[in-house]
Design a protein around this ligand. Sequence first.
Ligand SMILES: NC(=O)c1ccc[n+]([C@@H]2O[C@H](COP(=O)([O-])OP(=O)(O)OC[C@H]3O[C@@H](n4cnc5c(N)ncnc54)[C@H](OP(=O)(O)O)[C@@H]3O)[C@@H](O)[C@H]2O)c1
Length: 260
Amino acid sequence: MDLGLGGKTALVTGASRGIGLATVRTLTEAGMKVVAAARTTTPELTETGAAVVNADLSTLEGVRGAVSGAEELVGDLDLLVNNVGGAVGDMVGGFEAFDDDRWQEIFDLNFFSAVRAIRCALPGLKRAGGSIVNVSSIGARIPGEGPHPYTTAKAALTALGSALAEQYGPQGVRVNTVSPGPTRTSLWVGDSEAGARVAAARGITVDELVKEVIGRLRITTGRPVEPTEVASVIAFLASPLAASVNGADYVVDGGVTKAA
Ligand SMILES: NC(=O)c1ccc[n+]([C@@H]2O[C@H](COP(=O)([O-])OP(=O)(O)OC[C@H]3O[C@@H](n4cnc5c(N)ncnc54)[C@H](OP(=O)(O)O)[C@@H]3O)[C@@H](O)[C@H]2O)c1
C-alpha cells in the first residue's frame, strides 16, 4: 500500500536499534528522507541508508543538536517520532528504590526528551503541516506495573500528546501516541538490559521472565510484540491515510489492555 509518504522528511529518536530502528526502516522503505538520532551508529542503522545524527537525547543540548542537525540535512520536518526512552541504569525495585536524581534521569530520557524535541521542531513542523508521534507505553495505563518513574513519565508523555493535539491540530500539526506492550527489543532480550537485570534480581532467566510477563499481563497473542508491528502503526499515523487521527493513543500490546 502506498502510504503517501514519499519524499517527506522525518526525524526518529532512539533509532540505533529496537523500535526506533524498525521505524527508520519502515519510513525509509515508504520513501521518506529519514534522519536517525542516537548516541551510537549501529551497522543495522547504517544499512538503512538513513542519515544519522549522534546525540545524547537525555540532555537539552543533545536534543537541540539532533533537531537542528536533522533540519540542516533534510529541511523542515514532516514527521517527528519521539521514540527514545526506556530504562536508565538499574530500574529494579519499588517506589523507595528511586531518589530524586533517579526520577530526574528517567524523566529526562522518557519525557523531557520529547518536550524538548517538540519545542525545537515545532516551527518547521508548522511550516510543513507535519505531525508528531510519541512512543509511550502501556505502562502509562497500568502504572502500578512499574518501575514507577518510568510508567509515570510515560503517563505524562501520553497526556502531553493529547494536550498538544488540542493546541496544534487547528494549526495543521497532528500529534498522536503509540503505546507498545512488551516488545522484543534489547530492553528485554539484551544481556545487560532491563529485562536481564529484573530476571537476575528474581533468580530466573530472561526467557522465564518473558513467559511470566506474557501470562501475568494476559498477552492474548501469547508472544511479545515485534518492533516492526509498532513501526507500521507509527508509519500509518504519520501518513495522509490518518489525516483525521489526532490526539489518539494507539495501543500495540497483543491484547493486554482490555476494553469493554
Ligand atoms: N521494548 C518494550 O517492551 C517497550 C514497551 C513499551 C514501550 N517501549 C518504548 O519504546 C521506545 C523504544 O524502546 P526499545 O525497546 O526499542 O528500546 P531499545 O531497544 O533499548 O533502544 C533504545 C534506543 O534509544 C537509544 N538511546 C538510549 N538512550 C539514549 C540517549 N541518552 N540518547 C540518545 N539515544 C538514546 C539507543 O541507542 P544508543 O544506545 O545508541 O544511544 C537505542 O537506539 C522507548 O521509548 C520505550 O520506553 C518499549
